[in-house]
Design a protein around this ligand. Structure first.
Ligand code: MN
Length: 423
C-alpha cells in the first residue's frame, strides 16, 4: 500500500495531492524545524525524502535545499525548481507509487499534524503591508475622516502600502501581548501612555516571493506571478487608538509592529490555479505599468472566529464573526508586486507582502472589528453574553481560508490563531 492510501486523505481535509502546501514543523522538542508538506491529516517530512535520495534526479543540491529549516533555499531557486519539486512530490505521494517503501521510509516520512508544533514556514525578509480592498479603505476613511471623501485621491491610482516589521512576524499560535503605546482622546490636551484599549485584528492574505530581477529593474504586472511562490493567511494585529495618534504623516508604525501572525502553510500559487478569476473593473483603468490582461485574482473563502476565555471554559464553540472572499480585492497581488518594484526596488527570496484587510460589501463580510462594530458603535454580542467593540484579554482570534468549488479540489490554507494576553 502506498503512503497516501495508508494515511487516508479525506476529500474534506483541504489537503489533497493537488494542494501540497509547504510548512516547517518541529518533530521533537529542541530539534530544528524541518520542511514538510501537508497531506490529509499528515505532514510529509520532505527532509526524509530528500535524504533518501528521492529528489536527486529532480534538483541540483536537492538534499541541502530540502533539508533546510524553512522554505527560503527553495524560494531562492526560482520557478523551475518550484515546479519540479512539486511535481516530484505529487508523483512520490500518488497512490500506487512504492518508492517510499523501497527507500524504507514509508512510515518515517509521515507525522500527524496534530502531533507536532509548527514554526514559521519562512525566514521573513522585507515585509510590506498593502491597503488594497476598496471596501476596507472606504470604511476606514468613513470612520477616521467622517467629514471628508472616504478615499484619498491617490487610492485608485496605486496600491497604497507601507513597510512593516519583518522581525515581529510570528507563527500561528504565538500569544499576543496587548501592546502599550501613546494614545490621545480627541478632547484631551495631551496623550497618555498605556495598554491599547482598541486592539483589533486584520484578516489578510500574504504572498511570498522568490528572487526578483536586479536592483534598478521593474517587474511588470504581466509577469509578476512568476515571482510569487505562494500565499498564506496573515493576521495584521492592530492597535487602533495608537494608530489614530501616530499615523499622520508617515503611516502606521507601532500600532502594527508589535506582532503579525502568519499561517503555518504556504499554498503554492500553482495549487490555486483552478481558482484564478477576473478581478473587479478598475476606474480609472490601471496605468500601463500596473496593467495585466489575464485573470489576476483568486477565489478564496475566508473567515474569522472568536472565542472568549469564558466561552472556552464553558465549552462554547467559536463564533464566526465574518465571512469574506479574496476574489474582489481591487488591487491584485500582481499589481502590488509591480507597484512595489516600479521604482526599481529589489525583491528577494523570502519577502512577504500582505494584502491589506479583506472586506466585502456587506457588514457581515468586513475583515476587522473596527469595521464590524463601526469603531464600537455597534458592538458584537458573544454567546457568553458579553459584548465586544475590540478584543479583550483572553480572546482568541482565528482566521481560516479555503478555496472550494464543485468539481474542483478543495484547497485549504489552514488557519492562523492567536490569543490575547494582558499587558
Ligand atoms: Mn494590514
Amino acid at each position: 500500500m502506498s503512503p497516501s492510501v495508508r494515511i487516508g486523505i479525506s476529500p474534506d481535509s483541504g489537503f489533497p495531492l493537488e494542494n501540497l502546501p509547504y510548512g516547517a514543523f518541529v518533530r521533537d522538542t529542541g530539534e530544528a524545524p524541518r520542511l514538510g508538506v501537508a497531506l490529509g491529516e499528515a505532514i510529509v517530512d520532505v527532509q526524509e525524502l530528500a535524504r533518501a535520495g528521492l529528489f536527486d534526479e529532480t534538483l541540483d543540491g536537492a538534499r541541502a535545499v530540502l533539508s533546510a529549516a524553512n522554505v527560503n533555499p527553495l524560494l531562492a531557486r526560482g520557478v523551475p525548481a518550484w515546479k519540479a519539486v512539486r511535481a516530484r512530490l505529487a508523483q512520490l505521494l500518488r497512490a500506487g507509487n512504492d518508492e517510499l517503501q523501497r527507500a524504507g521510509i514509508a512510515d518515517s516520512a509521515f507525522v500527524f499534524q496534530r502531533d507536532v508544533a509548527m514554526a514559521l514556514p519562512l525566514a521573513v525578509g522585507d515585509y510590506v503591508d498593502f491597503y488594497s480592498s476598496l471596501e476596507h479603505a472606504t470604511n476606514l476613511g468613513r470612520i477616521m475622516r467622517p467629514d471628508g471623501e472616504p478615499l484619498l485621491p491617490n487610492w485608485r491610482w496605486l496600491p497604497i502600502g507601507y513597510h512593516g516589521r519583518a522581525g515581529t512576524v510570528v507563527p500561528s499560535g504565538t500569544p499576543i501581548v496587548r501592546p502599550c503605546g501613546q494614545t490621545k482622546a480627541p478632547t484631551a490636551k495631551e496623550p497618555t501612555y498605556g495598554p491599547t484599549r482598541m486592539l483589533d485584528f486584520e484578516l489578510e492574505l500574504a504572498f511570498v516571493t522568490g528572487d526578483g530581477p536586479p536592483l534598478g529593474t521593474r517587474i511588470p504586472a504581466e509577469h509578476a506571478r512568476e515571482c510569487i511562490f505562494g500565499v498564506a493567511l496573515l493576521n495584521d494585529w492592530s492597535a487602533r487608538d495608537i494608530q489614530g495618534w501616530e499615523y499622520q504623516p508617515l503611516g502606521p508604525f507601532l500600532a502594527k509592529s508589535f506582532a503579525s501572525s502568519l499561517g503555518s502553510w504556504i499554498v503554492p500559487l500553482e495549487a490555486l490555479e483552478p481558482y484564478r478569476v477576473e478581478g473587479p473593473r478598475q476606474e480609472p483603468p490601471a496605468m500601463s505599468h500596473l496593467a495585466a490582461s489575464d485573470r489576476q485574482n483568486y477565489d478564496i473563502g475566508l473567515e474569522a472566529t472568536l472565542t472568549s476565555a469564558r466561552m472556552r471554559e464553558d465549552g462554547i464553540a467559536p463564533l464566526t464573526i465574518t465571512r469574506t472572499n479574496f476574489r474582489d480585492m481591487y488591487w491584485s497581488m500582481a499589481q502590488q508586486l509591480a507597484h512595489a518594484t516600479s521604482n526599481g526596488a529589489r525583491v528577494r527570496a523570502g519577502d512577504l507582502f500582505g494584502s491589506g484587510t479583506i472586506s466585502g460589501r456587506d457588514s457581515g463580510s468586513y475583515g476587522s472589528l473596527i469595521e464590524l462594530t463601526w469603531r464600537g458603535a455597534h458592538p458584537l454580542t458573544l454567546p457568553d453574553g458579553t459584548q465586544r467593540a475590540f478584543l479583550e484579554d483572553g480572546d482568541e482570534l482565528t482566521l481560516h481560508g479555503v478555496a472550494a468549488s464543485a468539481g474542483k479540489p478543495r484547497i485549504s490554507l489552514g488557519s492562523v490563531r492567536g490569543i490575547v494576553l494582558p499587558s
